[in-house]
Design a protein around this ligand. Structure first.
Ligand code: AMP
Ligand code: MG
Length: 411
């Protein structure tokens, strides 16, 4: 049998490494995109600061800019009166402070030259017209946001490989980027296989099945930064499959679903073996055991099992990381979170099992996981009702309530 040696199931982590070995970003494939279209894209070059952040010393509080020396003896019982010589608001140009006076400042206002501390309004009292009583001695430098303290001009704000979240886009904008260099979107061919399948929108006869996997994969590929090349549905025929896979030449990744198992009408393995190579086939996991990793020509390919839950879980574990790796992302796997088992569980010891669970908060901060419904890999409803996938590792056949495990939160 091609792929792993016969009857040997490959551990998930080993198969993930194999896949990541097949997908490498092309060094030249980058494009410049405006910030409003950059969310979810992966930086191909660092973002450096065109100017310091902040650009000048400015106030962190509403209050008064002072020379700390001038009110060093201030306390609630010995208040120090000082005249207010000016008023600086956010956006005002940088002024100066004369010794023995103070300037009223708003949050974000430039600190006048000569001032070295900000006294919050709460530590003062009005003292008639044009004068303020200081009730506390300021520390020199207090509540001053110093020029460049967040980032100095010319320094790197964001490294290449960062997948841009809204806060990263804020960071680019703040230091002068209006567009960023990102990796081109990987082109992902999506193909569904099965004689029973009908396209979304058609009304299936009772013996037919709507191609929900293509709908799921289109959305999931887009979410992971890819561009979908929809290859439609192909029947269970090796000739038709071979023919249809030609449409994927020039793509960065092929994702099929269905036809990859051991049934008489499952032809994906055979055809991939002919047109390319099989790097891994059959994993020690549930759902998703029949997963195939290979190449068609020189295009990396993922053959996902057809069951909707298997397809979704294997996309999450393999498809999404592959897409992020193709974009040069520094973090391709989702972080595992600690989960507490909420009910006695039994699983197969030879398979890494991904259980669909709901979560409830607990006082120790570790969410408690209970099954969200039936766990057959055909049951999509319990997946939509799930908030996380609880992982029962290989070697464990019983996980009593209270066991500490890990899982993946579903986005
Ligand atoms: P297979 O992996 O081809 O053995 O299919 C396993 C199960 O998944 C069968 O019940 C199929 O009808 C179902 N299935 C296969 N492909 C899809 C698809 N694209 N959308 C929804 N269900 C599918
Ligand atoms: Mg099938």
């Amino acid at each position: 049998m091609p792929g792993n040696p016969a009857s040997q199931l490959m551990p998930v982590a080993v198969a993930q490494e194999r896949l990541l070995g097949l997908v490498t970003p092309r060094a030249t494939a980058e494009e410049l995109v405006p910030l409003d279209r950059a969310r979810g894209r992966v930086l191909s070059r660092p973002v450096t600061a065109r100017w310091a952040l902040p650009g000048c010393d400015n106030s962190e509080m509403d209050g008064f800019a002072v020379r700390a020396d001038d009110c060093a003896t201030a306390s609630p019982t010995t208040p120090v009166p000082l005249p207010v010589a000016g008023d600086a608001r956010a956006g005002a140009v940088i002024g100066t402070l004369a010794r023995g006076t103070v300037v009223a400042v708003a949050t974000g206002a430039p600190v006048p030259l000569g001032a070295d501390a900000i006294v919050p309004i709460e530590d003062t009292r009005q003292d008639g017209e044009g004068s303020v009583l200081f009730l506390a001695a300021p520390r020199p430098g207090q509540h001053v946001r110093h020029a460049g303290e967040d980032l100095e001009s010319g320094k790197v704000m964001l490294p290449p490989g960062r997948r841009l979240r809204p806060v990263d886009i804020a960071a680019c904008a703040a230091v002068g980027g209006s567009s960023v260099w990102v990796r081109r979107r990987p082109r992902v061919a999506v193909l569904s296989g099965g004689d029973e399948l009908v396209p979304v929108g058609a009304v299936p006869a009772p013996h037919q099945v709507t191609d929900s996997n293509a709908a799921m994969l289109s959305a999931a590929v887009a979410e992971a930064g890819g561009e979908v090349i929809a290859l439609g549905i192909v029947g269970d025929s090796p000739d038709a499959l071979r023919e249809r896979l030609h449409g994927a030449s020039g793509c960065d990744l092929i994702i099929t679903s269905g036809g990859v198992s051991v049934g008489r009408y499952d032809y994906v393995g055979q055809v991939v073996g002919e047109l390319g190579s099989i790097e891994a086939w059959r994993l020690a996991m549930r759902p998703g055991k029949p997963l195939l990793i290979g190449r068609v020509g020189d295009v990396p390919m993922l053959g996902l099992p057809g069951n909707p839950v298997s397809a979704a879980v294997t996309f999450e574990l393999f498809g999404r990381p592959a897409l992020l790796a193709l974009q040069g992302a520094s973090q391709v796997h989702r972080r595992h979170v600690a989960l507490r088992v909420g009910e006695d569980l039994e699983t197969r010891a030879d398979l890494e099992t991904y259980l669909r669970v709901r979560l409830t908060d607990a006082s120790d901060g570790i969410p408690v996981a209970t099954l969200s419904g039936g766990q057959r890999s055909s049951m999509l409803r319990s997946l939509t009702d799930a908030e996380a996938l609880l992982i029962v590792p290989v070697g464990m056949s019983r996980a009593p309530a209270g066991t500490l495990l890990t899982g993946l939160e579903l986005g």
